[in-house]
Design a binder for this molecule. Sequence first.
Ligand code: HEM
Length: 253
Amino acid sequence: MSGGRERFRALRDSQLWRSIFRTGVPQTPRSRLAVIVSNVFLHLHPLQISAASLRFRRTFCMGGLAFLSFVIVTVTGILLMFYYRPTAEYAYADIEDIMHTVPYGRLLRNLHRWSAHAMVLLVIAHMARVFLAGAYRPPREFNWVVGVMLLVLTLFLSFTGYLLPWDQLAYWAVTVGTNMAGAAPIVGHLGPFTVVGEGNDVRALLLGDRVVGDAAILRFYVLHCVVVPVILVILLAVHFYRVRRDGGVLARY
Ligand code: HEM
């Protein structure tokens, strides 16, 4: 037994082990504590926070609930990806299959839909709470800016998901939405001060074509399932990191 312990200690002191797991820091209770409390992944809260900032009525937990709905949307979205093919030929039929033949498919799709709606509402409510509390003021002004990006991405996530069922509602909603993009100033071919033509404006970039078709559904699928969620997760990490660096949730209004 003690021989095993000796060998483990020798392994831990070896150059190989230390080159992988290194820390030159002496292993005392104090240094271990310092590692935990200074690492944002291991200790999300600042070392000291005011008891007032922990009260439910301070935040109504709306940021946390928005995050929870994002987690539900992500898990159910990944499961839906097993049954859905993003082409004009299969998309509508695959959704019908999910609703009528896939076991628990209707539940899965509805969970995805309702948590997406909930996320939009909760993010807006969270933003209103932050605004009314004046928590956008220094030192939290950068986190407010990150928050605005999160809001835009949340709305874009909803917009790109809207096309995927490939029914009449989806088709015409995205036709209207992308036409609006085509009428944007500078980057839309119909907008004021335009510098682009119909084939290379922001509408064409979104659709991959001049009409809503196969290219559009693929682009919206990739944006919806990969590009936007990845950017959102990175910004969420920055958002939570900033909450901690700014000393936790604003304690006094
Ligand atoms: C995906 C969207 C978002 C998620 C998941 C999220 C999550 C959170 C969480 C968990 C907190 C900790 C306290 C709380 O729950 O209120 C927080 C704080 C904060 N959020 Fe968000 N947030 C999001 C969007 C936004 C938006 C749209 C804004 C504003 C434009 C914003 C601005 C802030 C600010 C300034 C704080 C610090 C508040 C304080 O110290 O009282 N966030 N966020």
